[in-house]
Ligand binder design. Structure first.
Ligand code: GCO
Ligand code: MG
Length: 403
């Protein structure tokens, strides 16, 4: 079997997705996700202009060699654009191999280590009351784990919160990027009360998670973790901007609240201090942005040595192709922790028919050969790309801050 051609399809069924489709001379094809929210087009160019011409004529079964060829062979290593592009190729090749062998992908990753994948949902409320309400709804829908983001009194709009009835979608079409506001003082005052009320209302059983979205300093994160200890959170996520891995040493000295990080990482080199010093509990890098299945296998095996579990990024800006790849991976590895799950909108599900499904708080990748996700190219063509940006964030005095 050889790779005959490949194409990149950009579509926007409600939000933008970059999909790679690799065709072989035997009629089998594979799909991969290369979506980088708000910066989609550089990945498209990287794939079209630089990668695809080097893939034609290669044996698609040589996944590791192709990965190394694209990574080491470019000389310029890592970075979100490069790694999302390599990730898309890698996913598509695993899809091809599993389809050719007529088996679901999880069988190539070691087989099932569990029957089902526990997921956490997003409960977003504009204030305390709305947040309690929405957590109740998610528990009624069967979720065993819920991530809670809530509007902060005195701060106009923050990460994860919407004032409309539509599901939260941070990337907005058009210019300029939306500007949000932030106050660490008001946030730190509010969040412990929020979780106290949630525990008082729903008891000890539900797993509760929270995303700080990169907004604290290490000592502030230590304080938050400590004040949340009575409410036994499953994790707090991205409590500090994690470029400086050493920052987590300070947080760890102050709290036993479990820590998750990694959705903006793209290689094992972003994680090695955090993992080997056991400064985190969950690694969240996505299969798409982390160079695909081949590279994330290495990250996750390394994490396993240090009791770090997975909690793969699963926001809706990753396409159903990444979600499917994550579910197969989650099912196969021993150190699975939890999977993030935000359901895609109906249009997206029409463009990407898939075998995976949700039932009673868990997800199942299905048993179709390969990833079990396809792409309807005709439908995709009905939703052309539209430029969109993630918001920026400013402190009350106007200083640009982490979003
Ligand atoms: C999460 C994330 C997302 C990101 C988004 C940016 O935990 O799901 O923080 O909501 O903000 O993926 O594109
Ligand atoms: Mg996050």
């Amino acid at each position: 079997m050889i790779i005959q051609n490949a194409k990149v399809i950009v579509c926007s069924p409600g939000r933008n997705f970059v999909t790679l489709k690799i065709n072989t001379d035997e009629g089998i094809y594979g799909v991969g996700d290369g979506t980088l929210n708000g910066r989609e087009l550089p990945v498209v160019s990287y794939l079209k202009d630089h990668i695809i011409p080097c893939l034609i004529g290669r044996d698609p079964f040589q996944i590791e060699d192709i990965w190394q060829y694209l990574y080491k062979g470019a000389y310029w290593r890592r970075g979100p654009v490069t790694m999302a592009a390599i990730g898309a190729v890698d996913m598509a090749l695993w899809d091809i191999k599993a389809k050719a062998l007529q088996t679901p992908l999880y069988n190539l990753l070691g087989g099932k280590s569990r029957d089902r994948v526990m997921v956490y949902s997003h409960a977003n409320g504009c204030d305390l009351e709305a947040s309690i309400d929405v957590v109740g709804k998610h528990l009624d829908e069967g979720y065993k784990a819920v991530r809670i983001q809530s509007g902060i009194p005195g701060v106009a709009g923050t990460y994860g919160v919407t004032n409309t009835k539509d599901p939260y979608e941070p990337a907005q079409r058009g210019l300029p990027p939306e500007s949000k506001h932030w106050s660490t003082e008001k946030y730190l005052k509010y969040v412990p009360t929020l979780f106290q009320k949630i525990r008082d209302t729903f008891g000890d059983e539900p797993r509760l998670l929270h995303d700080c979205h990169h907004r604290l300093t290490p000592i502030e994160a230590g304080r938050l973790g400590k004040e949340l200890e009575p409410y036994h959170l499953f994790w707090i996520e991205d409590c500090i901007p994690a470029e400086l891995q050493e920052g987590f040493r300070v947080i760890r000295q102050h709290t036993t609240t479990p820590l998750a990080v990694g959705e903006v990482f793209n290689s094992i080199w972003d994680t090695h201090i955090l993992i080997s010093e056991m400064l985190i509990d969950y690694i969240r890098t996505s299969i798409c942005h982390g160079g695909g299945i081949s590279h994330m296998k290495k990250v996750v095996s390394f994490a396993e040595l240090y009791h770090v579990k997975t909690g793969f990024h699963g926001a809706t800006d990753l396409s159903p192709v990444t979600l499917a790849a994550s579910l197969h991976f989650d099912l196969a590895i021993n150190n699975f922790g939890i999977q993030e799950y935000m359901p895609h909108n109906e249009l997206t599900d029409e463009v990407f028919p898939h075998a995976y499904y949700f039932k009673d708080g868990f997800m199942y990748p299905g048993d179709e050969p390969g990833l079990g996700v396809d792409m309807d190219e005709e439908k995709a063509a009905e939703y052309p790309y539209e430029r969109a940006y993630l918001p920026i964030n400013r402190k009350e005095d106007g200083t640009l801050f982490d979003w």
